[in-house]
Write a protein that binds this ligand. Structure first.
Ligand SMILES: [Zn+2]
Length: 267
């Protein structure tokens, strides 16, 4: 466990990212849930471009984020888990749960507070919904998340393995639950008891205001049930439901540079 370094963590994260990306992309082609309305290559350049900028921004501006902060907390013996003698597995499980709960509430706050919403809105102005939507976040919102994550990791004294596992899980499940994959209904309802499925999270990307304020969860589906934000089905069929934000359509939502400046647009 102690052999984990910031560099080896990046290699593991990147390798799994490409593997799961490829599997999901092929599944979207084989079993599509909806017909996409915008040319895929156009959106993908913008969405993946944002993802690349985000990785570089975090690495350059907050190098202490993630695994580095966990290694520091472990070195100096800081944080709850570093004071307790609990098993590594229990700490890992607890951290993944608390991390997901934090992300759930961060997501709700991003919708509630106007200045945060401006940055999170970039994620929602995607007019289609596929695995690359799960990587489409404005760099400012990613930097806010990374700072919050440092606070949680240091406070809990989470291990480097725990933060790496939680980050990988979040990244992979974000691609999965934003994917345009048609799951058999029985599989969807079985999975949905524990994890967020594409049909569940797609409701959160509806153009309808009520639906758009439901299903905030990223990994586990139970936070939405516990905190009263769960919605089982949209009003319209999943295949016909409008995706995106009213007033944000066309070229400016599909290109990288306009997306970077979208939060600063006058209302
Ligand atoms: Zn949202």
């Amino acid at each position: 466990m102690n052999a984990l370094t910031v560099d080896s963590a990046s290699t593991i994260r990147l390798g799994l990212f490409f593997l799961v990306f490829l599997m999901l992309a092929l599944s979207e082609i084989r079993w599509p849930r909806r017909r996409l309305s915008v040319r895929r290559s156009r959106r993908w350049i913008a969405n993946i471009g944002l993802s690349v900028i985000n990785s570089i921004a975090v690495r350059m501006l907050i190098p202490f984020a993630g695994v580095a902060s966990a290694l520091w907390a472990q070195d100096v013996g800081f944080g709850l888990f570093n004071q307790l003698n609990w098993s590594a597995w229990l700490e890992l499980l607890l951290f993944i749960l608390l991390f997901d709960l934090t992300i759930y509430w961060q997501h709700r706050i991003f919708h509630m507070v106007p200045v945060f919403w401006r940055f999170h809105r970039v994620h929602h102005t995607d007019e289609d919904y596929d695995l690359t939507t799960g990587n489409r976040f404005h760099p400012v919102s990613i930097l806010i998340s990374a700072t919050l994550k440092i606070g949680l990791v240091v406070l809990l004294g989470a291990s480097a393995v725990a933060i790496l596992a939680a980050e990988i899980l979040l990244n992979l499940t974000s691609m999965f639950n934003h994917s345009n994959i048609r799951l058999p209904p029985q599989v969807d309802s079985l999975l949905r008891r524990i994890v967020v499925t594409p049909d569940m999270h797609r409701i959160h990307h509806s153009r309808d205001n009520v639906e758009h304020s439901r299903n905030f969860g990223f990994n586990f589906s139970f936070w939405d049930r516990i905190f009263g934000s769960y919605m089982q089905n949209p009003k319209q069929a999943q295949e016909h439901m409008g995706i995106g934000i009213i007033g944000y359509e066309g070229a400016s939502t599909r290109s990288l540079i306009p997306l970077i400046f979208q939060p600063f647009r006058k209302e």
